[in-house]
Write a protein that binds this ligand. Structure first.
Ligand SMILES: [Mg+2]
Length: 261
């Protein structure tokens, strides 16, 4: 079994395990794919490992409710994967929110224009193996099954968005390109959710594995907290704090044992 933390860690980085020792009053912001669960070839094939839902539920209570999932997925999709539990969440990279476990989901962005959805969807025919996933306010263009076409797909997306979609932004990721409204970000999600009663006054801890999580990590650091990165195509061993989602889950279990449940 690997140890948590990276053997190639550079001086000055924060060790996740030592970090626990000194701080109990934290708020957790957790990305889902690639952070809590392994990335699957297709997002719909992801299966949460046994015990994950119970672990998150116990952490939610141990942290006084200060636990949120911050993901590129729809919150409804997270609910399906984490059933029967529901969590405070920002979905679609901050395009929708649920600020209480029992609340309804509130969108803060409009769905992407149908013409843009149509133009982007055509890329599936131009690039065999590319899969377009319209999600309402955001779209994901996956090229995991068509390695080598990432740059060409990005160029096409830039061309499509240049045709009058100033309010949309393109962000790269782990073998995926994401289109999302310019005014939403996971950083904004961390700031907004940090204002909730359960989260207020706690140090934010954001854990993520991809480009879209960087703004959440930066927001956590600005607020006096910390960000941890999970190794993958985006974060190599030189910057990753965790080698895998399994190590993140082990760390969360350790955290739970230290703060009580
Ligand atoms: Mg992720």
């Amino acid at each position: 079994m690997d140890t948590i933390g990276d053997p190639h860690a550079t001086a000055g980085r924060i060790d996740p395990v030592r970090w626990i020792e000194s701080r109990a009053e934290i708020a957790l912001f957790l990305d889902f794919d690639g952070t809590l669960v392994d990335v699957a070839t297709r997002p719909e094939d992801v299966a949460p490992p046994p015990g994950l839902v119970e672990l998150l539920d116990r952490l939610h209570h141990a942290l006084g409710g200060a636990l949120a999932i911050v993901s590129g997925r729809r919150i409804a999709d997270l609910d399906r994967l984490l059933a029967p539990a529901t969590f405070v969440a920002a979905g679609l990279h901050g395009s929708e929110y649920r600020t209480d476990r029992t609340e309804i989901v509130r969108p803060v962005a409009l769905p992407i224009d149908p013409e843009v959805v149509t133009a982007v969807s055509r890329l599936e025919r131009i690039f065999p193996g590319v899969r377009v996933e319209p999600k309402g306010a955001t779209m994901a263009v996956h090229w995991r099954e068509a390695p080598g076409v990432g740059e060409a797909v990005a160029a096409e997306l830039v061309r499509i968005l240049d045709g009058g979609s100033d309010h949309l932004e393109l962000t790269g990721g782990r073998m995926v390109h994401e289109i999302h409204p310019r005014h939403v970000s996971e950083g904004a999600a961390v700031e907004i959710l940090s204002g909730l009663v359960a989260f207020r006054g706690r140090r934010p801890v954001m854990i993520g594995d991809d480009v879209s999580d960087e703004s959440g990590i930066a927001a956590a650091e600005r607020a006096g907290g910390v960000g941890f990165r999970v190794r993958g195509e985006t974060f190599g061993p030189d910057v990753a704090d965790f080698a895998s989602p399994r190590q993140v889950r082990e760390w969360l279990s350790l955290l739970l044992s230290r703060i009580g449940s």
